[in-house]
Design a protein around this ligand. Structure first.
Ligand SMILES: [Zn+2]
Length: 344
């Protein structure tokens, strides 16, 4: 295992973040990545009973079927690269409100958070307080402790560290609302570059003041999730796999027994820094047997969230590897792209 330095002089950090972006940019080959897609992709065949998947940019999605709604860690504040490296950062409530108001998520049952880095957790308190006031927040102990007592939503976190599943172990299904169940999956945040992971660590005590620096949002244990929308008879109408960070397989896998019973209808995979681990995405295609694949968290989140977005890198290599093992449909969505699919 590579030795990783845990502590860095403050002036080194922006350089590293900068070199992270430079690094991922330099991995681009001559080939050009596929263009991102926008608008509405409707394959529901006018089914009344279908699902909607709406991309909110970065790690954010809304998954919806009837009155059942699930949100995944939205992020709109997007502090710039220099600011993130050198200055305090905080959630921008006006920006969060502007973007989150586009869809009514007031009935959302749950907000899923895969890890506690600022680009997945910093905007969650505002979303949970103002937009999804009855939603539980699902995440790690570090997610719960980082939200602590200052955010007003720390008590709403359901911790999953001890109930997560993996390739061989079926984790605990958590029920939310009438038609949703969720299983956390043990994962691991891939390094950002050269075996180095930024803002690594866990938080064992409740924070009572808002974090000020990007480094005060340590990743904690990383989880992926299976989300099942259920029919009234308990059968699975639609199954989604969600990850918010690249993972070294088999970490991040769903239990084999669960996938045997029903493969994934929609798998959301992260391309950023995929070359820091082996067999991402190939191993996940093998494990999840997905019918459709979506790339999430592919755009440059150091610039304001706009559509069309700047890519974080040229992901042509990732996309060609995906196509070598996956012959179904896949999409790289722009902000607000909406997908509609039938259920079973
Ligand atoms: Zn991260």
């Amino acid at each position: 295992m590579k030795k990783r330095r845990r502590f860095l002089a403050p002036f080194v950090r922006p350089l590293l973040i900068g070199s992270f972006c430079g690094f991922v940019s330099s991995t681009s080959s001559c080939a050009t990545a596929a263009p991102a897609i926008s608008g509405v992709i409707d394959q529901s065949a006018a089914s009344e009973d279908g699902v909607r998947l709406i991309y909110l940019g970065t790690g954010g999605w809304i998954f919806e079927r009837g009155n059942d709604q699930v949100i995944t860690g939205p992020f709109f504040s997007n502090p710039g690269l220099v600011k993130t490296g050198l200055l305090p950062i905080r959630s921008d409530s006006d920006v969060v409100d502007e973007f989150m108001s586009r869809y009514d998520v007031s009935g959302a049952h749950v907000i899923l958070v895969g890890h506690a880095h600022y680009d997945h957790l910093m905007d969650v308190p505002r979303v949970a307080l103002e937009h999804a006031p009855s939603a539980r927040i699902v995440g790690s102990k570090t997610v719960k402790n980082t939200l602590g007592s200052w955010s007003g939503v720390g008590e709403r976190v359901d911790e999953v560290n001890d109930i997560a599943g993996d390739e061989r172990t079926v984790g605990t299904w958590m029920r939310y609302g009438a038609g949703v169940r969720i299983m956390a999956l043990r994962s691991l945040h891939a390094p950002h570059f050269e075996g180095y992971t930024l803002f690594k660590g866990s938080r064992v005590r409740n924070l009572n003041a808002e974090p000020r620096w990007a480094r005060e949002w340590p990743d904690g244990t990383t989880h992926a999730y299976l989300i099942d929308f259920l029919n009234p008879d308990g059968s699975i109408a639609f199954r989604i796999y969600y990850q918010d960070a690249v993972a070294p397989p088999p970490l991040g896998f769903a239990p084999r027994a669960v996938i045997r019973e029903r493969p994934v209808d929609a798998a959301i995979l992260v391309p950023a820094t995929f070359d820091q681990v082996d067999w991402h995405p190939e191993a996940f295609i093998e494990n999840l047997q997905p019918q459709r694949v979506f790339l999430g968290h592919w755009e440059n989140f150091f610039s304001p969230p706009v559509s069309p977005a700047d890519p974080l890198s040229n992901f042509a290599h990732f996309e060609s590897r995906l196509e070598r093992v996956f012959d179904g449909e896949w999409w790289k969505p722009e902000l607000w792209t909406e997908f509609r699919f039938p259920t079973r």
